[in-house]
Design a protein around this ligand. Structure first.
Ligand code: GDP
Length: 430
């Protein structure tokens, strides 16, 4: 059976930790979208790791880590990431890379930088990992599939065809050096040799695994609000962040996805530009940022400070619905233990009307948060294993949010480690 772990919001909800935890009982962990533009932070017995490309299950030796066809594959980053974990004493992981995954080319990264430079103030706050140029080329049908690396005749024909188009833009739009075709071919040969040991037909491999009763975990990157269709377009990422896309980006049947664990953080954070209704500023934001996550809310890829806000029930209800949530994992609750009172965003006021339904971007820009303030619990809740043992105000906070979002919170995370988790029976569970 397949389980998906996905984000309800803007990403950084703590999916890495939840995947790492659920991976204990999984056989395959699959990345199905996105690239090295976001990162998961994982704390375990080997140390603290920021993964950008490898799935979070890579620390167990019973699992196979899979890069699905939907991923934007940056080959040197993948290879360096494998090395960085084995250098720290993690046993060499089993890795499978889809022969249908497409490759982030060196020029995708350059185009990403050049375009952000060109846009200046109007830029999207891209991580400049080449993701948007990559997916543009994929859908313009001028991307390179992993399988094509092994076909020299094809490469010789395709490289000049693609470069002709790229070089016009480089010369006339960006005023930058042209791509050298020979150099590009050499780079692709290097990529081929690096990736060769891992390449396979991932879809077929997973089909066999499912027939044998194995468990497959799909690991999403970012969250619902960064989805290109259902998120805060255009301040979104370039591939779908929804569990449903897992079927496409891994090459499996949609009806095999039986459980969808949507991760919600107990407060909000976001990176990049775009409307963020429950955002807070100044000292209030600084303190939450400093105390947040495990060592502060700073981007795992870029190190830049994240934008902070109170929990947003409107965005999270929508985020959970679009994912098709069966279970909510509510994370980083321990961090809120310092607050006397905790505001929660329970509605959006748009043009004088209050709604709890998440609007389209043009309306979102006008939304003002309707806040309700709940009492804090002023206690360190790390180490607690049972929901009933949490302070009453803390339980009330979880129950209030569950009622607002309408999806069952069955896991509460109260620390960054694998074992910092409280399982809970929810009245909303089916
Ligand atoms: P992801 O991309 O969704 O995996 O999110 P991040 O990598 O940004 O993870 C959020 C941060 O919170 C990481 O530093 C985690 O180690 C940390 N974290 C996850 N769950 C918890 C938790 O319950 N409590 C605390 N304090 N930190 C957590």
């Amino acid at each position: 059976m397949i389980k998906a772990v996905v984000g309800a919001n803007w990403g950084d909800e703590g999916k890495g930790k939840i995947t790492d935890m659920l991976a204990e009982k999984a056989d395959y962990i699959v990345r199905f979208q996105g690239g090295a533009n976001a990162g998961h932070t994982i704390v375990n017995d080997y140390g603290k790791f920021a993964l950008h490309t490898l799935p979070s299950g890579v620390f167990y030796n019973h699992t196979t880590s899979v890069i699905g066809n939907g991923v934007a594959l940056n080959i040197p980053i993948l290879i360096n990431e494998i090395k960085s974990i084995t250098d720290k004493g993690v046993p060499a992981p089993k890795i499978a890379v889809s022969n249908r995954a497409q490759i982030v080319m060196p020029y995708h990264i350059l185009f990403d930088q050049y375009e952000e430079e060109r846009l200046g103030k109007a830029s999207f706050g891209s991580t400049k990992s080449g993701i948007a140029p990559f997916y543009s080329d994929k859908y313009a049908k001028i991307g390179f599939q992993v399988s094509e690396l092994f076909d020299d005749e094809l490469l010789q024909e395709k490289i000049p065809r693609v470069c002709a188009q790229k070089n016009v833009l480089l010369e006339h739009l960006y005023h930058k050096p042209a791509i050298d075709e020979k150099e590009l071919l050499d780079t692709l040969h290097e990529y081929r040799d690096m990736i060769a040991p891992y390449v396979c037909d991932v879809s077929l491999m997973l089909d066999k695994a499912l027939k044998e009763g194995k468990t497959v975990l799909l690991e999403g990157q970012l969250g619902t609000l960064k989805d290109p269709d259902h998120g805060i377009y255009p301040m979104v990422t370039s591939s779908s962040t929804l569990a449903a896309y897992g079927a496409i980006g891994a090459g499996v049947a949609p009806y095999e996805i039986k459980e969808i664990v949507t991760v919600c953080k107990a407060y909000s954070s976001a990176v990049g530009a775009g409307a963020f209704v429950s955002e807070i500023f100044g000292d209030e934001a600084d303190e939450l940022r400093r105390r947040g996550g495990d060592g502060g809310e700073f981007g795992a890829t870029t190190g830049r400070p994240r934008r902070m806000g109170w929990f947003d029930c409107v965005a999270s209800k929508y985020g959970c619905r679009m994912q098709g949530t069966t279970d909510v994992a509510f994370t980083v609750l321990d961090v809120l233990g310092y607050l006397d009172e905790i505001p929660v965003c329970v509605g959006y006021e748009i043009d004088g009307e209050v709604t709890t339904d998440f609007p389209v971007t043009s309306k979102l820009e006008k939304a003002k948060p309707v806040l309700k303030t709940l009492p804090g619990w002023k206690e360190d809740i790390r180490g607690i294993k049972n929901f009933d043992e949490l302070p009453e105000n803390c339980r009330n906070y979880v129950e209030f949010i569950e009622e607002q979002i309408g999806y069952p919170i069955t896991m509460v995370s109260n620390g960054p480690g694998r074992s910092d988790i409280i399982y809970r029976k929810s009245p909303l569970s089916k």
